[in-house]
Design a protein around this ligand. Structure first.
Ligand code: PLP
Length: 385
């Protein structure tokens, strides 16, 4: 059975071109870029070229790109690094819908005595910018707000927020892990100070990421040791990963708009087909401000996990809005923050597409979904007679 992959916000297929670019770096060009010999120097130049490709995609200077082990490390570095360089400021503003790579760090810092404000969102998952502005004060060291949400695809008005925050002399970080390669960025013309990227979300390899740090931003290093990355991130570089990420960024930049328009049409067809053919289904999120590839749909009276299992039988991969924590199913903190009722949040499914999906896959899924939903509803004790 063919696999139909609609879980691209979890991870993406490595592009064949990316893999080809990485291959020689394992057994042929395996030198350490910090070595003095020519063999190592060659590797250093490959890292330099990858840095330039990434900088070209996000519109910044290559010197502002720091390689990390992924989105989680980039987020941790941004939050902890700004706080520890901020001396006397002890307040962080974030949102209730951030990825745990930000939220957990903020909560840990709160336990250590920092003040953390988690801004609420409305039923569509939108922020109140007046509320954000009223929270910024002389104690605020950092505002960290994600560019787009991994569960709903909601895109926040990040450029407006960055301007608001930095005009008050506060550092602004955004987790753009779900955005790079989907929305055109030009950081040279933006007020964003720090931005997180993860390789495996844009058809690059796992275990590599980037933290963009605007020149002049005060940031203490998170990883201490050698002098790699100009002393901003110690540790021997993941050379194949870095080179692969460079290639993935080059590919993403080539046809960014065309590819994403194609993905948006497929996503809209899938979403419309499911909402039309499955009674008791509804969309979660801000329909008009979303990533082109994501849709999050709730199905009344049934559990997301049961839907996933039946989808899996047809070879379709998606994900649900619940996470299995210590044996019990916790509904997504994002949907709960949006005020989605407990049972509706439990019955939610996220489909996240990529440029590798086809119209046939969409048609097949639209055909199967009503069967799955009806089959589960027949078993559900909650459906009214
Ligand atoms: N931030 C967001 C919004 C994500 O979706 C993810 C991964 O799902 C991460 C951070 C973590 O990235 P990584 O898996 O590269 O550590």
């Amino acid at each position: 059975m063919k696999t139909i992959y609609f879980d691209n916000n979890a991870t993406t297929k490595v592009a064949e071109e990316v893999l080809e670019e990485m291959k020689p770096l394992f057994c042929r060009f395996y030198g350490n870029p910090s070595s003095m010999h020519t063999f190592g120097g060659h590797i250093g130049r490959q890292i330099g070229r990858a840095r330039e490709k990434i900088a070209a995609l996000i519109g910044c200077d290559a010197a502002e790109v720091i390689f990390t082990s992924g989105g989680t490390e980039s987020d941790n570095t941004a939050v902890k690094g700004v706080l520890s360089a901020a001396y006397n400021r002890r307040k962080i503003i974030t949102t209730r819908v951030e990825h745990p790579a930000v939220l957990t760090v903020c909560r840990e810092l709160e336990n250590q005595g920092y003040t953390v404000v988690e801004l609420p969102v409305d039923r569509q998952g939108r922020l109140d910018l007046d509320q954000l502005e009223s929270q910024i004060d002389d104690d605020t060291a950092l505002v960290t707000i994600m560019y787009a949400n991994n569960e709903t695809g909601n895109v926040f008005p990040i450029e407006t927020i960055a301007e608001m925050v930095t005009s008050r002399g506060v550092v602004f970080h955004t987790d753009a892990v779900q955005v790079v390669g989907k929305i055109k960025l030009n950081l040279a013309e933006s007020n964003i100070d720090l931005l997180s990227i993860s390789g495996h979300k844009l058809h690059g390899p796992k275990g590599v990421g980037v933290l963009y740090v605007r020149k002049g931003t005060r940031l203490s290093p998170f990883m201490l040791g050698g002098h790699q990355e100009s002393g901003r991130r110690a540790g021997t570089e993941n050379v194949p990963g870095i080179v692969g990420l460079g290639k993935a960024c080059e590919l993403a930049g080539k046809n960014l708009e065309e590819e994403n328009n194609k993905v948006r049409l497929l996503r809209d067809k899938l979403e419309d087909g499911i909402l039309k053919n499955c009674p008791g289904s509804s969309l979660n999120g801000d329909k008009n401000n979303r990533l082109p590839n994501t849709t999050n749909i709730s199905f009344e009276y049934i559990e997301g996990e049961a839907i996933l299992l039946l989808l899996d039988r047809y070879g379709i991969c998606a994900s649900s809005g619940s996470a299995c924590t210590s044996g019990s199913l916790e509904p997504s903190h994002v949907l709960r923050a949006m005020g989605v009722p407990f049972t509706t949040a439990h019955g939610s499914i996220r489909f996240s597409l990529s440029r590798y999906n086809s119209e046939q896959e969409i048609d097949y899924t639209i055909e199967k979904m009503p069967k799955i939903v009806n089959q589960l509803r027949e078993l559900s004790p909650f459906v009214a007679e």
